[in-house]
Design a binder for this molecule. Sequence first.
Ligand SMILES: Cc1ncc(COP(=O)(O)O)c(C=O)c1O
Length: 382
Amino acid sequence: MRLNPVLTGMRPYPFLALDKARQRAHDRGLILIDFSVGDPHEPTDAAIRQALIDAVEERSTYPKATGLPELKEAIAAWLARRYGVQLEPRREIMPTLGSKEAVFSLPFIALDKSSGKDTVVICEPCYPIYERAALLAGARVLKLPLRDENRFLPDFSELPDPEWERVGIVWVNYPNNPTAALASLDFYESLTRLAVERDFLIASDEAYSEIYFGAPPVSALQSHDRSRICVFNTQSKRSSMTGYRSGWLAAPAELVQGYNFWRPLAGVAVPEFIQRATIRALAQEEHVVRMRAAYAAKRELFLELFSDRGVEVVGKEATFYLWCRVPGEQTAEAFAARLLEQGVVVAPGSFFGASGEGYFRLALVPTLVECQRAVEILAEVL
Ligand SMILES: Cc1ncc(COP(=O)(O)O)c(C=O)c1O
């Protein structure tokens, strides 16, 4: 059978390879503690679960792809409280089926290749979807490295002048997966000026905005000019709701309209009971405060261990990831394989792009007790 060669030509999603290694270790009877995937194990707050149950109706009809007005209002109210920005709920906000769906769709909706704008810029190491979606949409991808010496911020001056003519979308992601780095408002302001000058859309993935350990991260939405900014966020990390598939985007009205055309075709409407549970989740911050405290406790355990063992933690500002330098001379994959033999699963940095080689990512998602056990194991092997 003939399949789309762009799809079949892609390296398998890196985490699938890890699944196989995990299964082999499991078959050998190893009990694994899994720090590889950013899937929170913290319980979803009881009030959110109850809101979901209460919203399940006797009859279940197709939800509208555009989302419930009440949820759009709840998102706008949250944005106003959190960042002091005012958006028009009906025109500038759209609930999405988790944020991955909307992140994936962006180049299909927002790139006009016929105008010569056929290029998507990504900063790597990064969440793999930005690149894969762009390639599947027939776009050209340019990569900018995120380097330790630049606090894992991209240096846009590395892109030669003629390239900018072709750039339609620039992806940024802060708090950053996998490097745990933060961006300042100055960063977003100067990126906004560049976007106006070079005529591109800023796609700002802010999935981890609520997982932080110091001052709350800023949003690209706080820039002086929002006309070229699309922000993606999600309940997955903020409220430990990965299984609900509930995210949203905030963008100029024309782009939201583009999503309004696209999403009914792709069949990605959010079920209404999920939307109602999301309204409940956005109305309160207590569970998010508790969540941050839980991650902070786990983070402390590992920071202490790594500091004792001389493992350099190069990224720890925000998110529930620690981005660490692989000790010694081994590759990231070899190091991860060695830890897996001991029952501790981490993600090799190379999974997130070539610039991730030499690093590993630890997702602080297992329980505190599991983290304590992993620290004991690692204390033996590091
Ligand atoms: C950087 C980043 N963006 C987006 C997502 C997608 O999250 P979701 O689809 O659960 O909202 C993830 C998931 O891990 C992520 O790490």
